[in-house]
Design a protein around this ligand. Structure first.
Ligand code: FES
Length: 214
């Protein structure tokens, strides 16, 4: 085959210069190629960021979630002795109860009916692991959810039928769903469906007989 018949000999190219694909790029071509690569990288990076931002926003807690997780402050100084108030914390009911001196005294007495009198297996702040399960004996703070299947127990004060079922005929809390009973420190009695004492949430005592739960 003659040199004129070779397909890679383009017109105007010096004979024997080789195929176009093997030619060295001119300085202008190399600059254009670098510019194209840089543009493609920038566009790709922007696309990646644009795709990632919605995911990052998805993981941001909503204002409502932040509000639900926030501590709750409530006054308890206006409660009469023996009275109970319910506040909401993290979507759960929490009791604030002002116990009478007699109620506090009853919690100190040994009670063989209790399943976990020392609160060894239940949930409470370390400072509340005492007979009254509280920071201050007079004030009882507890999550108002039965540890069996989550019903809300009721306060039973002066209820003869309830007291007849308690060791020292004392007052306490009764879960209406399956009959679990708790004393006035939220300690569960033996032989009922609930396995644990009521949960005591983290809380602080603030000035002015106010409590911050959470
Ligand atoms: S839910 Fe309270 S006893 Fe079952």
């Amino acid at each position: 085959m003659t040199a004129a018949a070779r397909s890679d000999d383009a017109p105007g190219r010096p004979a024997g210069a080789g195929p176009a694909s093997l030619q060295r790029p001119t300085p202008e071509g190399a600059a254009r190629r670098r510019l194209l690569l840089a543009s493609a990288g920038t566009v790709g990076g922007l696309g990646l960021v644009a795709t990632a931002v919605p995911f990052v926003e998805t993981f941001e807690p909503s204002a409502r979630a932040r509000a639900n997780a926030a501590p709750v402050e409530a006054a308890w100084g206006d409660l009469a002795p023996g009275q109970l108030r319910t506040v909401a914390w993290r979507g759960r009911p929490v009791w604030l109860m002002r116990r009478t001196p007699a109620m506090v005294a009853s919690l100190d007495a040994p009670n063989p009916d209790l399943a976990d009198p020392g609160s060894r297996h239940s949930e409470q702040p370390p400072a509340c692991r005492n007979p009254t399960r509280s920071l201050q004996p007079e004030l009882f703070v507890a999550v108002a959810i039965c540890t069996h299947l989550g019903c809300i127990p009721s306060l039973k004060v002066g209820d003869a039928a309830f007291q007849a079922l308690m060791h020292a005929h004392e007052d306490g809390f009764l879960c209406p769903c399956h009959g679990s009973r708790y004393d006035l420190a939220g300690r569960v009695v033996r032989n009922v469906p609930a396995p644990l004492n009521l949960e005591i949430p983290p809380y602080q005592l603030l000035a002015g007989q106010t409590v911050r739960v959470g």
